[in-house]
Design a protein. Structure first.
Length: 386
């Protein structure tokens, strides 16, 4: 289990799962697996979803619960608990959202792919920290803190996009029921340290399931249930729950989603005929993120430090920008949602996410390795001089 809680191993599993999904989709097994993903499961006549929907609406809700617990901790006790701490990564995160949107919008302008503009805004925190762990030995702690805060803020933006942009025909009665269940969940979670913790834990699980069902029925994307529950839960039991769920999320939830999202047949058309949905994401992730995060980050360090020497060099910000271009999990979900009614565009956007993320990953590995080597050499020179 400790391996699945590390920064490196889960990123490797995710990459393998996505590669396997792409391989299967373009093999003789592709049609059979695609058919299986559209098989309906549940209680007939009461509540049924396709296997694909169970994965992206059900399993991913657990992932978003874990993300929300981390958000809650960082906003109350961690790197974002004051305006001063949040200012620098917030400005950089704004650049990492606005510039990729602008890049995508320019490339998709006037086409049927314009709805995909939210796709390149996300950063996959698991992948980014995994690359940092593998290639970043010797980097200053300030860079990891900056990247963590940046990725968390990106997650918030992704969650807002999912909640606001992809909600249609809201059933307010179901949403009100979900709100009541969330409040009850939050209140009961504060009683988990009493003698009645076992029955309370059972009730919490039932309330969580009820919340998810009600949010799904309300028309709001069901993953938002995980976000709401993670933010509502008392911090101490929430952190314990996150610790217990983390290996399952890293070892099962995210790889299964990555596999299912990457089940995309590669279109047999010339590069010139690929949609702007592909090219926009492909360029916006590595280029838009690097430009947006590094430039806005450079401004933020001077704004936040009020004229004193910034703790990170511009080259560090370039590395952070490349890491931010690894969109993957949330970007894959956004591509599913943005083009839910256009399978061909969805598939090309997914390929754009995978290709753009791999390019960003390779670029980040090179930049992070270079900066780590620079800081190690700097430390060695300092120790010799001393």
């Amino acid at each position: 289990m400790s391996l699945l809680r590390s920064a490196r191993f889960p990123a490797i599993i995710l990459l393998i799962a996505a590669a396997l999904g792409l391989l299967v989709a373009n093999s003789a097994w592709g049609p059979a697996v695609d058919h299986a993903m559209h098989t309906y499961l549940g209680i007939p006549g009461v509540f049924e979803l396709s296997l694909s929907h169970w994965i992206k609406d059900g399993l991913l809700a657990v992932f978003f619960f874990v993300v929300a617990v981390e958000l809650q901790y960082e906003l109350t006790s961690g790197q974002l608990n004051t305006g001063r701490k949040a200012l620098q990564p917030a400005i950089a995160a704004a650049g990492g959202v606005l510039v990729p949107i602008a890049v995508y919008a320019v490339m998709a302008w006037g086409s049927d792919a314009t709805a995909g503009w939210p796709i390149p805004t996300a950063t996959d925190i698991a992948f980014a920290l995994g690359v940092l762990a593998v290639f970043g030995r010797g980097l200053p702690p300030a860079l990891r803190v900056f990247l963590l805060a940046l990725a968390i803020l990106d997650d918030i933006v992704g969650i807002v996009f999912i909640a606001v942009l992809f909600t249609t025909g809201v059933n307010f009665a179901a949403l009100a029921g979900a709100a009541v269940a969330i409040v009850a969940f939050g209140v009961l979670s504060r009683q988990l340290d009493t003698r009645a913790r076992v029955p309370i834990a059972v009730v919490l699980v039932l309330l969580a399931i009820a919340t998810w069902v009600l949010v799904y029925l309300s028309g709001v994307h069901a993953t938002i249930a995980g976000v709401a529950l993670g933010l509502a839960m008392a911090q101490r039991p929430a952190l314990r729950a996150r610790h217990e769920l983390e290996p399952w999320v890293n070892g099962i939830v995210l790889p299964v989603f990555a596999f299912s999202a990457a089940l995309v047949p590669v279109p047999s058309v010339p590069l010139s005929q690929l949609s702007p949905a592909f090219w926009g994401v492909l360029v916006a992730l590595p280029v838009g993120k690097v430009v947006g995060i590094s430039l806005f980050g450079w401004v933020s360090l001077r704004v936040g430090r009020r004229g004193s020497a910034p703790p990170l060099a511009f080259a560090d910000l370039l590395a952070a920008g490349a890491l931010g271009g690894i969109g993957f999990t949330v970007s894959l979900l956004l591509s599913e949602l943005a083009f839910s009614d256009a399978a061909a565009l969805r598939d090309q956007a997914t390929l754009g996410v995978l290709t753009g993320s791999v390019i960003s990953l390779l670029l980040a590995a090179g930049l992070v390795s270079w900066r780590a080597w620079h800081y190690r050499r700097q430390a060695a020179t300092a120790s010799v001089t001393a």
